[in-house]
Design a protein around this ligand. Structure first.
Ligand code: G3P
Ligand code: CA
Length: 267
């Protein structure tokens, strides 16, 4: 299978490179997913938002200030919100030099560019719909782009894509629009609330500091919208001892900036 190539993981929870291999290359860039691929990691995570003119782009913060040179290029445009800039304006920004001069010239990718690189690298994607309250309709637009790029074809759908959000409404919307997609809610519902989330979310992806063995067992005891036991991924785990403890709790996946460190934990 083409997806086997980038994945060299044998045992333990699934390892997801958070914003790409973001300890080693600028987060949410093509360089960061290439870095993950070069290190042998197939699952990558990103964050999707929308420009003023409706382009979907991959960037984490609601503003461009931290991860680009936007303050220098557009000094009069504070507070530099993603939604106030056109795709052409964002395409001029440098999204790499803040991280290291080695990455000068790295761009903020459009979601389309990003998806194409994930495919090219034979990788799999945890796509986060970020700040959806700022971008009405972003769920439908994201699914349309995924569909156009072939990501909703049956072969891809169940094995190569997970859509997540901190917004339960957003996750429910994705599930209702395309019930075949695997989804995750970012957060930690109470055990009593899990059956409600199980109607639209296959997974609970939670802050690792909030997780316990009992909670993970409770999630595993509930079946998601596709009939399988719900899973738990933990974020953002950047040290071996925490990863080992979570693996002992039975966590299904670890979202990390340092995939190589986590792999060594049980590799
Ligand atoms: O994938 C989970 C994690 O990315 C959620 O937090 O702020 O890094 O998007 P954040
Ligand atoms: Ca994220």
């Amino acid at each position: 299978s083409p997806h086997a190539r980038a994945g060299s993981q044998s045992t333990g929870p699934v390892i997801v490179s958070h914003r790409g291999a973001s300890a080693y290359a600028p987060e949410n860039t093509l360089a960061a997913i290439d870095k993950a691929a070069a290190m042998g990691f197939n699952w990558v995570e990103n964050d999707v938002q929308r420009t003023r003119d409706g382009e979907l782009v991959v960037v984490h913060d609601a503003t461009l200030a931290r991860t680009t040179d936007v303050e220098r290029v557009y000094p009069n445009r504070a507070p530099w919100k993603v939604k106030d800039f056109t795709a052409a304006e964002i395409a001029r920004l440098d999204a790499g030099s803040w991280f290291s001069s080695r990455y000068t010239g790295t761009r903020v990718p459009t979601l389309k560019q990003y998806m194409n690189r994930v495919s090219h690298n034979h990788q799999k994607l945890v796509l986060e719909i970020k700040n959806p309250a700022l971008y009405p309709g972003i769920e439908r637009e994201t699914l349309k782009l995924l569909s156009n790029e072939g990501w909703l074809d049956p072969a891809h759908l169940r094995s190569s894509l997970l859509v997540q959000s901190f917004s339960a409404d957003s996750v429910r919307t994705v599930h209702d629009l395309r019930p075949g997609i695997r989804t995750a809610f970012l957060g930690k519902p109470s055990i009593a609330q899990l059956p409600q989330y199980a109607r639209f979310a296959d997974q609970i992806n939670a802050d690792h500091t909030s997780l316990s063995s009992a909670y993970i067992s409770a999630v595993h005891g509930v079946r998601g919208p596709h009939g399988s036991p719900m899973k738990v991924f933990a974020w953002t785990v950047n040290d071996a001892s925490t990863a080992r403890r979570l693996a002992g709790f039975g966590v299904d996946g670890i979202i990390t900036n340092v995939p190589d460190v986590i792999r060594r934990t049980w590799g």
